[in-house]
Structures are given as C-alpha cells and as structure tokens.
Write a protein that binds this ligand. Structure first.
Ligand code: PRX
Length: 649
C-alpha cells in the first residue's frame, strides 16, 4: 500500500500511467481474495479465519471476511492510540458561534470508552439498534464509535428531518434507545431537537431510554424514568470497555435512504467489508498523510458523513475537522475563513455548495489564503463544468486537483473517482473518471448490451465489492428486487451513465423516480404520499425541475378533493405540510392545482410527461395516455402560476 500511496497527487497536467491503474484493477477483480487480504492486513483483527471473499448464490453474491473478527471502533481508536498518533489531533471542532474544541485520538478514545460503558449500563448490547438524532457536535462522533465498540447497530437520522421521519425509522429498526441533544444551532437560531424527538416518541413503542447531550442551556423537559442527561452518566462511567469481537458480516449500521416507494430503505452495512472499504478509499482517493488537515463538510446524518467524516479519516489516523453550522454564517466566507485558520489541505463538499458559493461571488474567497489546499473533492450529484472550473480556479487556485467521487448510501464508499493515491489521472471537468480497484463498473443499454462509447445508458456494477451493503433492514425481498433484478447478477444503482472514447465515466443523474435536491436524495413518492395525507388532496404527482444551484427542486401537481378550492393559502399550506412531515429539504418550489393528472390507461401517473412540461421539453410518446387533455391541464396550471408570479415581480 505505502508504495502505491507514495505516488504524488494527480494534477491536471500530469501524464497518467494508465497501465498501472488498469493492471491493479484487473488484479483486484481476478483475485479479490489476495488483493483485499493485502489491505486488510494493514488493519487490526482478533481473528483471521476463513476466506476474505466468499461467493454466494444470491444477492449480494458475496460475503466479505465472514469468519474474521474485528471491531471498527478499535481500528479507529485503540489502534491509533497504541501508536505515536496517541496525542495527534483526531478532531478539530468549531461551533457556529466560534467556540473551538480539539480532541486527540487519546481524548476521543477516553470519551468513547466512557460512553460505551454508559450504554452498557443502560442495557444496550450487541445487536441492539440505537437511533442517533443530533447536530454536528463531537458527541455525535463519540456516540457512533461507542456503539460500534459494543456491537450495537446505529441508525443515524439527519437532524433536519421531522418527528414523523424519526418515528418511521425508529419503528422500522425497533430501536431501544435514542441519543439526542437538547437543541441545535443553525444560522444563529436555536432548533428544539429534543422537542422533535419527544413528539416522535408519541408514535413509537420500542424506545426505553433517551440520552440527551447538552448543547444549549439545557432548559428542556426531561421525562422521568426515560430521559437522562449524557453528562450525568459520563462522570461515573468506567474508563475502559473491551470492544466486542464482531464477525465480518455483523451489521454495523442502518442508514435510511429514499427509493421509489414511500417507505425509506434501511441500507444495512456490515463490519469488516465496510471498514476495509472506508480505509482503502480514504487513502486511495484523498491520498491522506499525517500532515493533512482534512475537512469533509457533509453532515454525519448522510452516508458521506458516516464514511468520510467519521470512519474513513479516523481509521486512517487523519486529523479532521467538523464545523457545526451553516456555510454562510455569519458571512459567506465562513468556510474559507476556516480553511485558512486551520490550514486545511483536503476539502470535500457537494456541487450544490460550490454553486452556492459561486453565487455569493469570488470576492469572498479572495481575502483568504487558501494555498494550503492540495486536493478538492465533490460528491452527491453531477458537477457542471462551470462549477468545476470555479472550484478549481477560486478555491484550488489552479493547483489542487478535483476528485469527483461517484458513490451511494448503498455502496458504503467511493466507487468511481480519480485516485491520486494510486496514479495520476488527467481530469475532465464533469467526469468522475475511472472505477476504483474492486469495482467492475460498466454502462449497459436498456436491453442489457454494453453501451458503445458516448452512448447514454445505465450504470451497473457487475461484481461484489467489500463496501457493499448487505441487505435492507427487515426487507430482504425488496433488497433483491430493487437492486438485483434489472440486470440479473449485477448491482443496479439506478443512475444514467456514459463512457467516453477514453473510457472515462460520466454520471448523468438518476434513472428512477428519485430526485437529487441540493445533494439530498428524495423519492418523489415520499412527497406524493405526504401530500395525499393532507385532507384537501385527492391525488398528487411530484417531479424534479432543474435548478441552477440545487440541481433539482421538487414541483408538485395536485388534484383536490371535492369541497376544496385552489388558493394561494392552500398552496402555502401544502408546502408547509411537506416541510412538517418530511423536512425542509423536501419542500417543493411550488404546488400546482389541476383537475386531472396525465395517466396511462392502466392508471399509472405519467411523471415523464409532467416533467417534460415543467422542463419545456418535447413531451415524447403519449400513445398510452388515457386522456390527452390532462397534458393541457398541466401546461395551463404551470403557465398560469408562472405568469402570476411574473406579474407579482
Ligand atoms: O445519482 C447519484 C448521485 O447520488 C446518488 C446517491 O445518493 P446518496 O445515496 O444520497 O449518496 C450521496 C453521497 C454518496 C447516486 O445514485 N451521485 C453521487 N455522487 C455523484 C452522483 N452523481 C454524479 N456524480 C457524482 N459524483
């Protein structure tokens, strides 16, 4: 590994040794056993029995390190604490109001051990599910590591979600404990996190205890016999908890994500494969070393935060940074101020954030010395060349290469990206370049043929890889049908893609009814279900509309129930209804009232047709439509509101 990782970071002008990349990838696919054993050997294991890679007959077609035993928390903490890294900074934390906290690997180790002992004293044990709903504070990292230490399975819920979203996920995972905080801070405002949890708990029955971290003044209602302050228990906690020796395929966490039905999918990751993948990709793609100050801006509530804020950097022994608040608070240069003050060397964010900063203007970047940056990354959505060039010029000062990383909640870690830790790759703005070793990615046409160069098709992954999720929590049938039936034997991620004449991959957005709004993955059906749960709505259809910053925004078309009349107030009420049931990230840009929706003769809503109207594209083939007048209806509603808004401007 070291020999490979010593290769200098790629630069835009570097000449690639493509043969190195191709050769290593070929070895990894032909002999996964030997290839992954080599990287696994760099980590700590209690036992290394049996195969690294065990093919099985059904999805996901492999088990990774099934009989090996390890512990992720041990690898992230104890392994570093027993080396010279003991007093190295593991985390720099900065609150929105400017308070700073520094934790070494040893500090984190002590806190995690104590918290693991608290959890055990509350009866949490191996295999129990624990929901975590918290802002970006160090205790969130401590919670995750304490849970993996004792073999409890964490389910983190993004702190912007509503009480209903929490209740649904707690019920699905049957969590027995929730870890939360009193409040959170965003743009200087206090968010009543604990109240949101209290409301969720009115609709759940499995939760026995609620552990509350004090972030604010602590003035919240504590339910007797159920709610306990974190600090009250930490004082008397044991200082060491022996990590659980977990089998390779033991679940480490569940992370709920949107799919094409209303019910979120609980992507369930294992222990050993996920751990090796986070470590391997962290080194390969970010080329981290001991001098780096690494900053991934993602929230830990999403997979990017799990893998590249918590596990990847800590297992790799890297110093990383966590910032609690909004990127533009109190001023649009908050991020650049942080980069300058800490001397951040690697910076990983989303295209939406880059476009937002572009809108603020480069003058906000100019007063800051960003010369420490040596690698920039993006994730979550395709990056448009304009944003790529802005990032490269104004943030990277044309010195730092950009790693555009394609991956998903389900893949556990990065799958397609430049690999500065391996070999220099000349970059093409907008392309995530090449698959990593172990990733057998290809582009197929609808009918399962390998697409020709520059032919748009569907991305497939033809072989198992260590970071893959193992199942959907409590729903093995949906796991198979959603991901492994479209092209039998292959994993189907649900993305459009294209390979150009040089073999570069271009990821072209979702191929299913899932939207990407500011990098967040939102199923249109989830929004439709939310609208239908409002008493005024009989039917609804939600589609994505292109947006210059967020990439897509949802727009909704609704048919009202008899007795309800369209009105601007009702429109606002419906938007707020989605905010209240799913969360502000899902709020539609607008709601349009129609008499009927375009449907096929068998009654399926033709979202494709609605999307074409909204995007001002030709509506294509509508031979299966039940009533052509419904298209005019949609067009009329859309044009009328546009006109109304223009008049108001
Ligand atoms: O459509 C792809 C898009 O994000 C989806 C996965 O979303 P999620 O599970 O929320 O994980 C996001 C963070 C890993 C993918 O199916 N996506 C992610 N990265 C890229 C991307 N699309 C284009 N380019 C990317 N680099």
């Amino acid at each position: 590994m070291d020999q490979i990782l010593n290769v200098l970071p790629t630069s835009k002008t570097a000449h690639p040794d493509m043969n190195v990349l191709k050769e290593i990838r070929k070895q990894s696919l032909e002999n996964p056993e030997a290839f992954w054993q080599r990287f696994a050997d760099e980590l700590f294991w209690y036992e290394k029995n049996g195969p690294v890679y065990q093919p099985i007959d059904e999805p996901p077609y492999a088990r990774w390190f099934p009989l090996w035993k390890t512990n992720i928390s041990y690898n992230a903490l104890d392994r570093n604490v027993s080396s010279w890294r003991k007093n190295k900074v593991a985390l720099y934390w900065e609150s929105e109001d400017g308070y700073r906290r520094t934790m070494t690997f040893y500090d984190l180790y002590k806190e995690v051990n104590k918290f693991a002992s608290v959890l055990k004293s509350l009866g949490v044990s191996k295999g129990d599910r624990v929901t975590v709903y918290m802002p970006m504070i160090p205790e969130l990292v401590v919670s995750l590591l304490a849970l993996t230490r004792i073999g409890a399975i964490h389910s983190v819920i993004f702190a912007g979600f509503t009480s209903q979203a929490i209740a649904d996920r707690v019920n699905d995972s049957c969590s027995k404990l929730i870890i939360t905080s009193d409040v959170a801070y965003r743009r200087g405002k206090e968010i009543p996190v604990k109240d949101i949890v209290d409301e969720a708990l009115r609709h759940t029955s499995t939760v026995e205890k609620v552990l509350v971290v004090q972030r604010g003044s602590g003035e919240v209602e504590m339910v007797e016999d159920r709610d306990i302050w974190y600090h009250d228990l930490m004082g008397s906690a044991e200082s060491y908890v022996e990590p659980e020796r977990l089998e390779g395929t033991f679940p480490s966490f569940i992370l709920y994500t949107s799919g094409t039905t209303g019910k979120p999918k609980g992507a369930t990751h294992g222990t050993a494969g996920y751990m090796v993948w986070s470590y391997f990709t962290q080194k390969l793609v970010f080329d981290v070393n001991d001098r780096d100050i690494y900053w991934c801006t993602a929230d830990i509530g999403w997979i990017t935060g799990h893998t590249y804020v918590v596990y990847g950097p800590l297992i790799s022994g890297v110093t990383s940074l966590i910032y609690e608040g909004a990127p533009d608070y109190p001023r649009p240069d908050r991020w650049w101020d942080i980069v300058e003050r800490y001397g951040v060397t690697i910076f990983y964010t989303s295209p939406t954030s880059i476009r937002m900063h572009m809108k603020f203007g480069e003058e906000w970047t100019k007063s800051h010395d960003l010369s420490s940056l040596r690698i920039l990354g993006t994730v979550g959505e395709p990056i448009n060349p304009e944003a790529w060039n802005w990032y490269y010029t104004h943030i990277g000062r044309q010195k730092a290469p950009i790693v555009d990383t394609w991956w998903q909640t389900e893949t556990g870690g990065i799958m397609i990206a430049p690999q500065p830790g391996l070999a220099p790759i000349p970059l093409k703005p907008g392309s995530a370049t090449f698959p990593l070793p172990g990733v057998d990615a290809e582009v197929y046409t609808e009918d399962g043929r390998v697409a020709a160069p520059n032919e748009k098709g569907l991305l497939v992954i033809r072989k198992p890889w260590p970071g893959q999720f193992m199942t959907l929590w409590g729903d093995p049938e949906r796991f198979k049908s959603a991901y492994f039936t479209r092209f039998p034997g292959c994993y189907y991620p649900g993305d459009f893609a294209m390979k150009d004449e040089d073999g570069y991959f271009w990821l072209l957005g979702r191929a299913d009814e899932v939207l990407k709004v500011a990098g967040h993955r939102i199923g249109t059906i989830e929004l439709e279900d939310s609208l239908i749960s409002h008493p005024a709505v009989a039917e609804s259809a939600v589609v994505g509309k292109s947006d210059p910053i967020k990439m897509q925004v949802p727009v909704a078309f609704v048919v009202l129930r008899p007795g309800h009349m369209p009105s601007p107030q009702l429109r606002i009420e419906l938007i707020n209804h989605i905010r209240g049931t799913i969360g502000p990230v899902a709020a539609p840009e607008s709601v349009y009232f129609v008499e009927k929706l375009p449907k096929t003769r068998s009654g399926k809503i033709m979202r494709r047709v609605i999307a074409a109207v909204v995007e001002d594209r030709p509506i294509g083939d509508i031979t299966t439509i039940e009533d052509e007048a419904s298209v005019d209806e949609v067009r009329r509603a859309y044009e009328e509101l546009k006109m109304e808004l223009r008049m108001r401007e």
